[in-house]
Design a protein around this ligand. Structure first.
Ligand code: ZN
Length: 621
């Protein structure tokens, strides 16, 4: 694993002005001397208490106590580990990153595969964008589609780097060959179909996207990680997905469909008091919102939204307005979204359009601009109002039997809310919308919950291994056990940091975030020792957690065994869901147009291999 030279880190801190880094996210004003002040990005506040001292290179918030330097700021706000943050800063400010001798340098061969696939997507996005701008028949046709048919401004295409793949798609392969990407990156980037036994040549790189309008998909850090390709008149007859209106990149080392919300990279900096996220159905809806000045719109990638994505969303803002098409598919999608949003602790409202189901947000904003937003907002439905209406459109004339059945459906949704208070408010609201007596609804809900917990208890435990996503801090997650291990057996930190891939760790809980941070320090030989952790702890919850772990007497004798067990559990949790997904896709061959069975089989056997591999802690350095 490449280790960044400490001199290079020092150099970076000297050359990059902290104010330039912070002002990407925070509006800064002069505050006496060289100091600057702004609203803290780490806690909610109305008067600025976030201070930046560009001379010293430190920031400090007098409201929540956060402090740090350029690297910790980027790590915190962009959820990166130490070396990723340094590399991101280097890239942003044009400072070359140097690596320790023999630890692997930034050459193509040695870069991590993920980073290479990101770079490759940068090249592809630029290639498609240039094709969109080109003065040739493809470029002209695509621009006409953009401005005349979709009625978007040309500037919007520049802003989002909208691109074009011509009917042959062959230019992309040539661009890749010139950049000398590794064979593995080319095979796994998802932009080409390549036969397994084929040598990598220009001919063997068969482009996945041909004759399509290319929309780059960015992750929440703004890195292009995939594409959505819209069918056009130029889409060739022999496109294997010819009839699909939209084709997405397949899953790759940098792209997991369910983990991505389109435009989150921009929307997350625009949300705030009175400016909730607006969830729309498609990328073009989100682009339309953006173009009329509604900057907080996001869209799921395809139909899949996962809880982990919503947990990420909550990190930036808790309020979400769901604005799906008023046709029945849109309303069903909205109803599916509701329980997950409640579970993630999001406050949800539904914007609905009156009319015959032909109106969608795209058309609405195109015709009426941002003014229409205030109007639909005025008629927004609460989560329960929406759920009740969707389950029982006309409670006035419904029989008692129908109402009780509808209530059961709504109870299933309510059961997802964590807070007791929220649930009881929801029950009261449901009672009023379904025209049920409140006391009866409350009693029915209690009976419903009891039935559920009896059923859960009756289920064999082996059949319910799904990790509880909202495990409290004190729960014995593998992350917590490994954290305990690192604190009490510090020599195990370094080998563990080498053996445990970052993306197996669940960062949504303090234990995971801490473990990730600690391992980063171990990995770079920067571990300060368990008695000097102040600079590594950022919140009171983290300080409390570490304090309690340090007081704990670990009840095990063999730390290596505990490390192995932790690694095994995290590996299973990281890889098994994908395996189940593949099994499902293979059982329903027509369900997913984006993945061909051959690559699924290959991925399956690779997953099997990884899951069977004996767990061995890397030799201590
Ligand atoms: Zn603060």
């Amino acid at each position: 694993m490449p280790v960044i030279k400490p001199t290079c880190v020092r150099d970076l801190k000297l050359r990059v002005n902290l104010a330039d880094v912070v002002s990407r996210m925070v509006t800064l004003r002069k505050a006496g001397g060289a100091r600057l002040k702004g609203l803290c990005p780490f806690h909610n506040e109305k008067t600025p208490s976030f201070n930046v001292d560009p001379d010293k290179g430190y920031y400090h918030c007098f409201g929540c106590g956060k402090s740090g330097d350029i690297i910790s700021f980027v790590r915190e706000t962009e959820q990166l580990n130490f070396s990723e943050a340094v590399e991101a800063l280097g890239k942003r400010f044009g400072i070359p990153i140097e690596y320790e001798e023999g630890s692997g340098g930034p050459s193509n061969a040695d870069r991590t595969l993920r980073q290479e696939v990101f770079d490759l997507h940068d090249v592809a996005a630029e290639h498609f964008y240039q094709a969109f701008k080109a003065k040739d028949p493809t470029g002209e046709a695509m621009r006409a589609l953009w401005t005349e048919k979709r009625r978007f401004a040309p500037e919007l295409a520049d802003e989002f780097k909208i691109g074009a793949a011509d009917a042959t798609g062959s230019g992309l392969g040539a661009a890749m060959m010139r950049r000398k990407f590794s064979e593995e990156a080319l095979r796994r980037c998802g932009l080409f179909f390549i036969y397994d036994d084929a040598q990598i040549t220009l001919q063997s790189l068969r482009p996945r996207f041909r004759g399509r309008l290319m929309i780059p998909i960015r992750d929440h850090q703004g890195r292009v990680c995939a594409f959505t390709a819209r069918q056009t008149d130029l889409t060739p007859e022999d496109d294997p997905a010819k009839d699909a209106k939209y084709v997405n990149s397949p899953e790759t080392p940098i792209f997991t469909k369910g983990n991505l919300l389109f435009n989150l990279d921009r929307a997350r900096t625009a949300v705030g008091e009175g400016k909730p996220f607006v969830m729309v159905e498609g990328q073009l809806d989100a682009l339309r919102c953006w173009s009329v000045g509604l900057k907080t719109a996001i869209a799921p990638q395809g139909t899949s939204i996962t809880e982990s994505q919503l947990v990420l969303l909550r990190r930036y803002h808790t309020k979400v307005e769901c604005f799906f098409d008023s046709d029945s598919a849109g309303q069903k999608a909205a109803l599916r979204f509701l329980p997950m949003a409640l579970k993630a602790g999001l406050e949800l409202r539904f914007l609905t359009l009156a009319g015959d189901g032909k109106v969608d947000p795209d058309l609405l904003f195109l015709e009426r601009g941002i003014a229409a937003y205030d109007e639909v907002r005025a008629g927004a439905k609460s989560a329960m109002q929406f759920a009740c209406r969707a389950t029982l459109p006309d409670p006035m004339t419904a029989s008692a039997e129908l109402k009780s059945r509808a209530a059961q459906t709504v109870f299933e949704i309510i059961a997802n809310a964590e807070s007791e208070v929220t649930r009881s408010e929801f029950i009261n609201e449901t009672a009023s919308h379904l025209r049920l007596p409140i006391a009866a609804a409350q009693k029915d809900f209690q009976a419903f919950m009891q039935r559920q917990s009896r059923q859960a208890a009756a289920r064999p435990t082996a059949a319910a291994p799904d990790p509880a996503p909202a495990a409290p801090q004190t729960a014995h997650t593998p992350e917590r056990d490994l954290l305990l291990l690192c604190l009490h057996f510090e020599t195990i930190g370094k080998p563990l940091s080498v053996s445990l891939p970052h993306d197996w760790i669940d960062l949504s809980h303090p234990a995971g975030a801490l473990l990730n941070r600690f391992l980063g320090e171990f990995e770079h030989d920067l571990w300060p020792g368990k008695d000097h952790l102040d600079n590594l702890l950022e919140t009171d919850a983290e300080r409390a957690m570490v304090a309690s772990l340090l007081f704990e007497t670990p009840g095990f004798e063999d730390p290596i065994k505990v490390a192995h067990e932790g690694l095994r559990l995290l590996r299973g949790r990281a890889l098994e869901p994908r395996l189940r997904q593949i099994e499902l896709a293979l059982a329903n061959p027509h369900a997913d147009i984006e993945s061909d069975p051959i690559s699924l089989l290959k991925e399956r056997s690779e997953l099997h291999r990884l899951l069977r591999q004996p767990i061995v802690l890397a030799a201590s350095a």
